[in-house]
Design a protein around this ligand. Structure first.
Ligand SMILES: Cc1cc2nc3c(=O)[nH]c(=O)nc-3n(C[C@H](O)[C@H](O)[C@H](O)COP(=O)(O)OP(=O)(O)OC[C@H]3O[C@@H](n4cnc5c(N)ncnc54)[C@H](O)[C@@H]3O)c2cc1C
Length: 314
């Protein structure tokens, strides 16, 4: 039994989310093959071969895959999954923008149900996944011949990026559907860690009052080497860009430390951060629901507490 895992990358480096997806594949059990589809992606293939637990790296290095267009990638994955000699029983990808874009199409091409955002593997057919914005966990069993699964990274501890020595095999086939073209992308640039990969996150909510006041949080974050997140209220009010949103309709995070500042703790926000290892809340309202999930709570005015915290951090 083999498992095909879609490697996530930007043609230069392997994304950390891939390591969590490989961990989920290990929990299922079987030979793990990483598919690196891209253009000029040899360095990614080399990195993929080092990942602990990976048995083989398949490299499809073609212009058609340069920007991970799902219209081109999905047929390639479906083709690989169906080749009888490959013996794939599972196809996995991270539940990221790319994974969520590509895998439903693979499931449709294979005519199977997709199993989305698993957080736990019970056995090779049975998985757990959150439903109702994370308020309940469903245990789902699939009888599909090939199971197409997206993996929520926060549910699985990443495997080591080094220590493996997988064979690298080139795939010549090109599946260029010719129905979409990559036009461009605007990537947010930040010196701070990426939200979903950060070990520490400092997030601000409506209580911050405006975008300028987020400078208080940037100061603390830089001292802690943290990423900065936000509630949807802060995003909707235009304080910060929407790529900083944490929650049900934002990013799902589970850092070692999550500091919520001026955030009430609505369930849609909790859905994105309640699996954080340690939660600290600063809120002036002692009745705020965030205190129900906080390990440490400070009832205080953030405009006093945050500068004080910042000066204590040196
Ligand atoms: C379908 C749907 C999806 C959603 N998805 C998301 C999502 O992904 N992420 C998300 O965050 N929300 C989401 N929401 C919105 C969510 O319901 C809340 O409205 C939002 O999380 C509230 O943000 P907030 O806590 O910043 O604001 P508020 O609820 O207004 O809370 C502000 C808090 O700041 C405190 N405060 C104010 N001033 C100070 C001060 N000086 N010092 C200390 N504390 C202070 C207040 O006591 C209050 O608790 C979603 C809603 C819906 C319906």
């Amino acid at each position: 039994m083999a498992i095909l895992v879609l490697a996530e990358h930007n043609n230069a480096a392997l994304a950390a989310a891939t390591l969590n997806t490989v961990a989920a594949a290990q929990a299922i059990g079987g030979d793990i093959h990483l598919l690196v589809a891209g253009s000029g992606c040899a360095a990614v293939a080399e990195a993929a071969a080092q990942v602990a637990g990976v048995g083989k790296v398949l490299v499809a290095d073609q212009a058609a895959y340069a920007n991970q267009l799902p219209e081109n990638l999905a047929p390639l994955i479906a083709q690989l999954a169906q080749e009888p000699g490959n013996g794939y029983r599972h196809v996995l990808a991270a539940a990221t923008t790319t994974g969520k874009n590509v895998l439903p199409r693979v499931a449709a091409l294979l005519d199977v149900d997709q199993i989305s955002e698993i957080v736990k593997v019970i056995d090779a057919d049975t998985f757990q996944r959150p439903i109702y914005a994370g308020n309940a966990i469903a245990t789902v069993q699939s009888s599909a011949a090939i199971k197409v699964i997206t993996v929520r990274g926060t549910g699985f501890d990443a495997v080591a990026a080094e220590g493996g020595s997988a064979a690298i095999e080139s795939i010549a086939s090109i599946t260029d559907a010719g129905i979409s073209a990559f036009v461009g992308e605007e990537l947010a640039k930040s010196e701070r860690p990426e939200l979903t990969a950060a070990k520490i996150i400092v997030s601000g909510g409506r209580g911050m009052q405006n975008g300028d006041n987020f400078a208080l949080l940037y100061g603390v974050a830089d001292k802690l080497g943290a990423a900065v997140g936000a509630s949807r209220a802060a995003v909707d009010a235009g304080f910060v860009p929407n790529d900083m949103q944490v929650g049900q309709t934002g990013k799902i995070v589970a850092p070692q430390l999550y500091v919520a500042v001026g955030i009430s703790g609505a369930i849609q926000h909790l859905a994105g951060m309640k699996d954080s290892k340690v939660i600290v809340a600063i809120n002036k309202d002692e009745e705020a629901p965030i205190f129900q999930v906080a390990d440490y709570g400070l009832v205080a005015d953030l405009f006093e507490a945050v500068p004080e915290l910042s000066s204590l951090l040196g």
